[in-house]
Design a protein around this ligand. Structure first.
Ligand SMILES: Cc1cc2nc3c(=O)[nH]c(=O)nc-3n(C[C@H](O)[C@H](O)[C@H](O)COP(=O)(O)OP(=O)(O)OC[C@H]3O[C@@H](n4cnc5c(N)ncnc54)[C@H](O)[C@@H]3O)c2cc1C
Length: 396
């Protein structure tokens, strides 16, 4: 029996209703049946997106959680967390896909026009389309507003976008891109003058190059170039010049969702390592009989459960319409660092088996590192908590 089973579903602050517990069981069953290690690990090695798993998630309704009700959405932040935890406990790349997907769902639900929602949110919500979120550039990730070189020029009845985005998830297979571009220079404000556009992926002038990465191999990471890309006025999402502020309004959700991914993968790593240790013979007993091994497993699980408590508080605050930014930041920080430690513990306990691509540990260990610096690096997250939580002077 694992700690999470021993504690019991009734004490779960995230899957806190019978409906969410049923959702968790449904996603867990899909992962077990469609993406067991013997299927998902070869896909990861081959760097292939799991279309079959995606289709099952769409059929379950997981892709529509959080979408505007007019486009078939239901559920809230807590439902998204349930899905993400369970996916990250198996095919982590699909959890990364869903974090990006939910970001698109949130942006279009909150800021898209009725026409944009009908054209793009409805198929995204149904799982019939996918999107990429194009913000980061080579010149700056954390300080992207100041560094942004991608421009949008108003050109009589439309816009022309020029520039290059990097580290863009899913761009080789997305149907539509949400693109942030500088449309005006505003004195004294780096974040104003940036506009958000919806750009169909087949618009002339777009080229995509896949980037080799160390992890998240089941979901591509790309450079996307925009060379004189023309879009109509109705491609603008929300207000001209306020695109970056619109993104900031959905950042809480991206942070808690990243935290859920980290916790799911970390939990899976600890449970896998505990089960492995219980069976692995050593010195007339098992590896799991040694106190040093037991303590590392317990410390890892306590750190994850602590982060999960923060995560639940952050999500409940958001759902209740209260202030969630500090709690969301704390949850993302605690969860990503706990997941790195938990998966490192997992690798150590598996010994040589940890190095094998035929065991799942290495995938969790590689993939969770993303959430230490994305969507926002943990040093910057600490800066935000110091400023907003303690009222200390801005340090950057
Ligand atoms: C696999 C993957 C998928 C991604 N998907 C997307 C996507 O879909 N869309 C998208 O737009 N972007 C995406 N990104 C980009 C991601 O959001 C950035 O990598 C992230 O924001 C960090 O930016 P950076 O890599 O430029 O790091 P930098 O900004 O160069 O920061 C490097 C380090 O410097 C330190 N640092 C920076 N600023 C400060 C500060 N103020 N105080 C203290 N320390 C600081 C931190 O330690 C930080 O980790 C993805 C990245 C990867 C690797």
């Amino acid at each position: 029996m694992f700690i999470t089973d021993a504690v019991g579903a009734a004490a779960d602050p995230i899957a806190d209703t019978p409906e969410r517990q049923a959702l968790r069981e449904a996603v867990r069953a899909i992962v077990r049946d469609v993406a067991p290690p013997e299927r998902r690990l070869p896909l990861d090695t081959a760097e292939q997106f799991d279309d079959e798993l995606h289709a099952h998630l769409a059929k379950l309704g997981a892709t529509s959680i959080g979408a505007h009700p007019e486009q078939g959405g239901e559920g809230n932040a807590l439902d998204q967390l349930v899905v993400l935890e369970e996916l990250a406990a198996g095919p982590t790349s699909m959890a990364v896909f869903m974090v990006v997907h939910y970001m698109g769902i949130e942006i279009l639900s909150a800021h898209g026009s009725r026409e944009q929602r009908d054209t793009w949110l409805a198929p995204l919500s149904a799982g019939d389309a996918t999107m990429s979120f194009c913000l980061t550039e080579a010149g700056g990730g954390t300080d992207i507003a100041r560094a942004m070189r991608t421009t949008a020029r108003c050109d009589g009845g439309g816009w022309v976008i020029d520039g290059e985005k990097t580290w863009i998830s899913g761009a080789t297979r997305s149907d539509v891109y949400v693109v942030l571009a500088r449309s005006a220079d505003v004195a004294g404000s780096a974040i104003d003058g940036i506009t958000m556009f919806l750009v169909p992926a087949d618009t002339p002038g777009i080229t995509v190059r896949e980037l080799p990465t160390v992890a998240v191999h089941g979901f591509d990471t790309c450079q996307v170039t925009f060379d004189g890309v023309r879009v109509a006025d109705d491609a603008v999402v929300g207000e001209v010049g306020r695109g970056f502020r619109q993104v900031l309004s959905v950042l809480n959700r991206e942070r808690v969702n990243a935290a859920a991914g980290a916790i799911g993968a970390g939990r899976a790593a600890v449970e896998y390592a505990a089960a492995y240790a219980a069976e692995r013979p050593a010195f007339g007993s098992t590896v799991g009989s040694f106190q040093a091994v037991q303590h590392r497993l317990v410390d890892a699980m306590v750190a994850l459960e602590g982060a999960r408590g923060l995560l639940a508080r952050a999500a409940h605050a958001e759902v209740a319409g209260g202030r969630a930014d500090i709690l969301s930041s704390m949850a993302k920080l605690a969860a990503s660092e706990a997941a790195v430690k938990a998966t490192t513990t997992g690798m150590e306990i598996l010994g040589g088996a940890g190095f094998s691509l035929e065991y799942p540990m290495q995938q969790w260990w590689r993939d969770v590192r993303l959430w230490v610096f994305a969507p926002l690096n943990n040093d910057m997250v600490r800066n935000h908590i110091a400023e907003q939580g303690f009222g200390l002077p801005r340090s950057f």
